[in-house]
Design a protein around this ligand. Structure first.
Ligand code: ADE
Length: 434
């Protein structure tokens, strides 16, 4: 907390965003007044970034990027690596997705632009949050919410299929995320167990929007084959134009089958055989899967897209009746732009949350001028990064990251022997249908 004695002059400290990289520690007015203020954490950091030899060396060798201290690798993709990092001011853990811009062809660049734009529109407790975007001539960095509980694929491979209750709780959160995305016309197109992450508290976070797309309405047809073959809907294998929502729904059916059985519904040793299995809808649900869950799987994995369960039917299915969501399934208010900190009109963010964020920003040394000079909704700004991290932290403290609960005396079925699906992690592909 900034001490009372510093607050009188705190608004004089910085006058613009430029002072984030300006190494003057104390304004001339402060010196004239004879009050030598200790540097704020922000001033100390910006001074170190310009003058401290160790910090500068860390920046050169990639152990620091912007305001973040970079640590070990936690994942990788076709064009990217994901590292753990810490915000130097807030100390929050983040996931840093690093893309090598020199390796991106024009199509990959287009997909990346869509990934950023989708993530900027998405604010939901079950979707990984984008905090900030940073760029250098050769690299692009997406600063993402960190989900420290591993991914669903690894969990099932190491611990076996999920119990009925855990399956419900996990699937309900995925469904909540996809319902929200489809309501705002964003299609994921790469849903798979590897892209379903967990927080350490067991909350689901849908990740990797690298193949996502925004449609103008639900009947828009798409023609790019995206995703991982074992999760791909029959219409994708038939090289047809396709509608976005049913393709995500099919992938959710494959995910659900995998969660409750520990095996994949469509398995084959060649792509040709896999294609045939999927096009024919040749799969069998083991008889021990509870009836309501079997009916949901069968309603989703329908070869003809128009016959496939719609999201609304999934929300109302028997299997999920006992799940109680801590938040509503209607889209939450969007995360307010930074501007709202300054305006009396607060767009969606709770007054108490806003007070807490404003006070934390002040403690770190951000002034009203910094906030004024920051473009609202501008992801390429360190001020936005800090703001979104602090806002998210305040919202999490108020329970927005709690998994749903299952109502009533639902007994956990006895865990069966480990029958994990021990296949390779699924790689996703993209090709434009000709
Ligand atoms: N791996 C990829 N994205 C991640 C994230 N957001 N959190 C943790 N691990 C990840």
């Amino acid at each position: 907390m900034i001490g009372e004695q510093y607050q009188v002059t705190s608004t004089r400290r910085h006058h613009s965003l430029c002072s984030l990289t300006d190494n003057s520690e104390v304004g001339p007015e402060d010196e004239e007044a004879g009050v030598l203020l200790p540097p704020t954490p922000l001033q100390k950091l910006t001074t170190d970034l310009c003058k401290d030899n160790k910090t500068i060396k860390d920046l050169i060798i990639g152990r620091r990027v912007g305001f973040y201290k970079v640590r070990g690798e936690i994942g990788y993709g076709t064009f990217s690596r994901v590292k753990m990092a810490f915000h130097a001011l807030t100390k929050d853990k983040v996931a840093l997705k690093i893309l090598d811009r020199t390796r991106l062809d024009s199509q990959a660049q287009r997909l990346l632009a869509k990934e950023i734009s989708s993530m900027e529109s998405l604010h939901h407790p079950n979707v990984v949050c984008l905090y900030e975007v940073m760029e250098t001539p050769s690299r692009l960095f997406l600063v993402l919410e960190y989900a420290g509980g591993g991914d669903l694929h690894n969990r099932i491979c190491t611990e076996g299929k999920l119990s009925d209750n855990t399956g419900k709780i996990t699937f309900a959160q995925i469904l909540s995320a996809i319902t929200y995305m489809h309501n705002i016309n964003i299609i994921h197109r790469d849903l798979k167990a590897e892209n379903v992450l967990f927080t350490t508290g067991g909350c689901v976070k849908v990740a990797d929007f690298g193949f996502s797309t925004q449609i103008s309405n639900q009947s828009d047809s798409l023609d790019t084959f995206c995703g991982s073959p074992p999760y791909a809907a029959p219409e994708l294998f038939r090289d047809e134009c396709y509608l976005g929502p049913p393709v995500d729904v099919w992938a959710m059916g494959v995910l659900l089958f995998f969660m409750v059985t520990g095996t994949m519904p469509f398995r084959a040793d060649t792509m040709g055989k896999l294609r045939r299995c999927v096009i024919e809808g040749a799969y069998t649900v083991p008889p021990w899967v509870p009836g309501p869950c079997q009916r949901l799987i069968k309603g989703i994995l329908k070869v003809v897209p128009t016959e496939r369960c719609a999201i609304d039917q999934m929300l109302g299915c028997d299997w999920l009746l006992s799940v109680e969501f801590p938040w509503s399934l209607v889209p939450p208010e969007p995360m307010s732009p930074l501007q709202s900190l300054l305006d009396s009109e607060r767009g969606g963010v709770d007054v108490e949350v806003e007070k807490e964020v404003r006070s934390s920003l002040e403690e770190l040394g951000f002034t009203t001028e910094h906030l004024h000079n920051n473009q609202p909704k501008h992801s390429r700004s360190p001020v936005t990064g800090v703001y979104r991290i602090l806002l998210h932290r305040a919202q999490k403290r108020r329970g927005c990251d709690c998994p749903p609960v299952v109502r009533g005396m639902v007994k956990d079925p006895k865990r069966e022997g480990l029958r994990a699906y021990r296949g390779l992690r699924h790689t996703s592909k993209l090709c434009v249908l000709s």
